[in-house]
Design a protein. Structure first.
Length: 110
C-alpha cells in the first residue's frame, strides 16, 4: 500500500458499506468536518515549523540550532506530515462515500 491509512479506510468502507446503518453512515458522513479541522490544524503546525526554521536560518544566526537542521529530523517531519495528509484524505473519502450512500438510499426509498 502506498497510502496505508487512506487505502485501509477505503477498503474497510467498500467491504462494510452494505452493512452500515443510517446512523453509521451519518457518523461517517460527518468525517468531512473533522478532516477540515485536521487540515487547518496541520496548516498551523506547518506554518509554525516554517517560522522556526526561518528563525534558525536568519542572518544573525551563525550556527545551526533547532530541531530541523539535519536530514533525519526533516525526513521524520515530512513522513509525519505525509501520514497526516493520508489520514485526512481517507477521512474525506469515507465521508464522501457515506454521503453518496445516504443519497442513494434516500432516492431508493422515495
Amino acid at each position: 500500500m502506498i497510502h496505508p491509512t487512506y487505502d485501509t479506510m477505503k477498503l474497510l468502507m467498500s467491504r462494510a458499506s452494505d452493512k452500515l446503518s443510517h446512523d453509521d453512515l451519518m457518523e461517517l458522513a460527518s468525517l468531512a468536518d473533522t478532516a477540515a479541522d485536521e487540515a487547518l490544524h496541520l496548516s498551523g503546525v506547518i506554518t509554525n515549523v516554517a517560522c522556526l526554521v526561518a528563525g534558525d536560518a536568519g542572518p544573525e544566526t551563525k550556527s545551526k540550532v533547532g530541531s530541523f537542521q539535519d536530514h533525519n529530523t526533516v525526513f521524520l517531519l515530512l513522513c509525519h506530515l505525509a501520514t497526516s495528509l493520508d489520514t485526512i484524505a481517507g477521512m474525506t473519502e469515507v465521508s464522501v462515500e457515506a454521503r453518496d450512500m445516504l443519497t442513494r438510499r434516500h432516492r431508493a426509498t422515495n
